[in-house]
Structures are given as C-alpha cells and as structure tokens.
Design a protein around this ligand. Structure first.
Ligand SMILES: [Fe+2]
Ligand SMILES: [Fe+2]
Length: 434
C-alpha cells in the first residue's frame, strides 16, 4: 500500500538539523541587533531594534524547544557542523555604520529568512510536524510585518541622514553580490558556507565594537541630563503639570535602560543559559516601550522633537564598568525607583490625566518583572564567574558611577539644563493655550 508520499520529505533528523541551524542563525541575529542598538541614532530605527529583536527571540525560544523535542532525551544543542555558516552569518555585524546594518536586515537578511522558511514549510508535513509548521508560520507573519515597519523607518532615515546612503548602498551591494553566495543554501543539510569568501572590508565593513555612549537622533533637544532632577535629585519631581511633563521626559529618557539591556544581551548573552536571552530581550523591549510612552505623550501634547529634551548620561555612566556591573546598574535603578510608578499612576488618575496614569500602570507591571530579572540574573552571573559581590553591593557601585558623571557637569551645562527646563515648561503652557 503506498500513500501520497509528498508528505514524507523530511525525516526527524533532517528537520532537527535544519531547525537547529535556524535557531543558531536567529539567535545570532538577536545578539547582533542588540549590539547595534546603543550606537544607532536614527529615532525610528532605534525604537524598532529592541522590539524586533524581542520578536525574533520568541522564534529562537520556540525553535530551541522544538529541536529539543525532536532530539529527546538529548538536552544539549551544539553548533556543529554549522560553525562556518554562523561565522559567515556573523559578518553582518561588521557593517560600516548602523544605517547599513538595519538596511541589511530589512533588504537582505529578513527577505532571505522569509524565502527559506517558506521553502521549509513547502517541504514540511503539516500533519507529522505540525508544531514546527506553527512556529514558522508565526515567524513569517512577524517578518512580513517587520519588513513594512523597516521600510517606513528606513525611508525616514535616508532623509534625516543622507550622508550615510553611499556607504549603506556599498554594504548592501557586497552582501547581495558576495555574502549571499558565501553562506550558501540554508536548507542544504551539508552547508557549504565559507566565511573567507566574504571580506567585509572590501565593502566598507569594519570590526564591530558596541558603542558605550548612547547615540541620539540630532533632531531632539540634546542635553546630557534630561531634566533638573536627573542632575540633582534634590530638585524634586514637582507636581501638577510639571510632574506630567517631567514624567514624560523621564519616560522618553528611558531609552538609556533599553540600551543598557541591549548591552547586557550583547555582552553576556552568548555565554549564558538560553533563558537569559528570553528575559533580557523582553527587558530591552519593555524599556523601549516605556521610552515610546514618553515620546508618544509629548507628541500628542504637541511637542516637536526639537522641544523634547533627550540625554544619555545613565547609559554612559556604565561606559567604563564591566558587563556584570552594567547589569547591576540597571537592577539598582529599577529597584530604587519602582515604588514611584504606582504612586504616580494613582496621582495622574486623580489629576484627570488618564493617559499618563495608564502608561504608569503598565510601566509598573513591567517593572515588577524586571526587578525579578535583575536579582535572578545578577546572582546567576556573579556565581558563574566566581565573583564574590552580592546584588546589594551594586547600590554603592551604581551610585558611584552616577555621581562620577554628575560631578563632570560644567556650569555651562547646568545653566543649559535650567534653560531647557524653563523653556519646556513655557512651551507646555503655550500648548495648553493652543
Ligand atoms: Fe522602564
Ligand atoms: Fe525596567
């Protein structure tokens, strides 16, 4: 008896080998997107990276589970025999600048993954391998949506930073003409990838180093400290409309926390348990949502980008720290200021500002998970590296880092900060009138 045999293309070991490869490639992509996030200035691109790397991480997580299921009872997933393929894939990080990196994602990498996942689905059997089919269908839906969002962000980036277009085009040309051939067929069980066939330098690429200073879009009102109480906590948060504006400015300035989470992903992700990436990607995405909350409220109130004060000192404070201390800094800030979130949710609600109240409520829900992430992973990395410090020790160290940066504020910067504050409040009053 012979039934339709088109269903029987891939056996379990074939599927497991290919899905394992997808897992490693996407995981690498999560790390690379995190690596480029702090160094990306263009606003829409900066906002997209954490969100989309979090989406990709959902697929990474699901693929990992699926590979483990198919290879049960094995619990380890090793890279072999795809070391050269991943080395070749990793060349993507060596883009000349952030614009080239994100355009490569949108114009080369994601379209390639779309095509490869689609071909895999054509070969997979929806009956026997149903769980994989669902994972890849969701991944494809994500990719389609991502491509549309990247298109929009990139069109704007090309207008705002036209000076990056030439080097971006050269990089894209190199990927299309050489890199794609060097990685070979992603569905071939015997990968023929050869990382030496693509030379990044030939197309303007360069060795990658994560930016330890937070890059900001030039269209904002750029300051080192976003609001007076960021430089001097004794200034206080204020009340009424001042607190509304202050909270929105602090929210948009949480871009620093998304950068710090991205740096933790990049610095610590490759050597950690798989769950770390899932938690840290979510953390990074949450912080960029908090940042977007502030940006959206300010925009809705009528502020232009040039009227929104944006700084980077909290991320920059970790520039000379080690990777675990950077994780400690974000943990310290999260646990220190968490109580203000629910207080302000109530305050804004009573005050009649339902949107600020709503944003604070969801922010608070996120922060409670982050406090857990912080203490759990800090303990994990300290134990793993035999570091005798305890999570509580980071209080002093974080405060010292921040104090050191505050101490560098010049008289001129202090004066500018107060001018920024006064002009922002004056503009708020004007907008009420309008
Ligand atoms: Fe936050
Ligand atoms: Fe947080």
């Amino acid at each position: 008896m012979t039934a339709h045999n088109s269903r029987a293309t891939l056996m379990v070991p074939d599927s497991a080998a290919i899905l394992k490869r997808f897992y490693f490639l996407l995981r690498e992509l999560v790390l690379m997107q995190a690596g480029w996030m702090p160094g990306t200035a263009h606003w829409a691109c900066k906002l997209l990276l954490p969100e989309l790397l979090w989406q990709d991480q959902q697929t990474v997580h699901a693929l990992r589970q699926r590979v483990l299921e198919l290879r049960y009872p094995e619990r380890e997933i090793d890279l072999s025999p795809d070391e050269r393929l991943v080395a070749c894939w990793h060349h993507l990080i060596e883009a000349p600048q952030p614009q080239a990196f994100v355009e490569a994602l949108a114009k080369v990498v994601k379209p390639l993954l779309k095509q490869v996942f689609t071909t895999y689905l054509d070969r997979a059997d929806a009956l026997d391998d149903g769980p994989t089919v669902r994972i890849l269908k969701i991944a494809l839906t994500d990719i389609d949506e991502q491509l549309g969002r990247w298109d929009e962000a990139i069109a704007d980036a090309r207008k705002v930073y036209p000076e990056l277009i030439d080097s971006t085009n050269r990089w894209l040309e190199g990927l299309k003409s050489t890199w794609l051939a060097a990685i070979g067929d992603l569905l071939d069980p015997q990968s023929s990838a050869d990382e030496t066939r693509f030379s990044p330098a030939k197309f303007g690429g360069k060795p990658f180093a994560i930016s330890r200073l937070g890059q900001r879009d030039k269209r904002f009102r750029l300051v080192r400290f976003g609001w007076p109480d960021a430089l001097d906590p004794a200034f206080g948060a204020g009340e009424g409309m001042q607190l509304q504006i202050r909270q929105a400015v602090h929210h948009i300035n949480e871009v620093w926390a998304a950068e710090m989470a991205a740096a933790c992903i990049y610095d610590l992700g490759a050597g950690a348990d798989a769950e770390f990436l899932t938690d840290a990607a979510r953390w990074c995405y949450d912080e960029i949502r908090h940042c977007r909350m502030g940006y959206t409220r300010l925009s809705d109130w009528g502020f232009k980008m040039s009227e929104m004060p944006l700084g980077s000192f909290s991320y920059d404070a970790g520039a000379n720290a080690d990777a675990i201390t950077r994780l400690g800094i974000i943990f310290y800030f999260e646990s220190t200021y968490i109580h203000t979130k629910s207080k302000r949710m109530h305050y804004f609600g009573e005050f009649g500002d339902r949107v600020s109240s709503h944003d604070m409520d969801f922010d608070w829900a996120d922060e409670q998970i982050h406090a857990h992430y912080g203490s759990h992973w800090l303990k994990y990395f300290l134990e793993k590296s035999g570091d005798p410090r305890k999570p509580i020790d980071f209080r002093d160290q974080s405060e010292a880092c921040v104090k050191a940066i505050r101490a560098t504020a010049t008289e001129k910067e202090k004066k500018e900060l107060m001018e920024t504050f006064e002009q922002t409040m004056a503009r708020a009053k004007e907008l009420i009138g309008a």
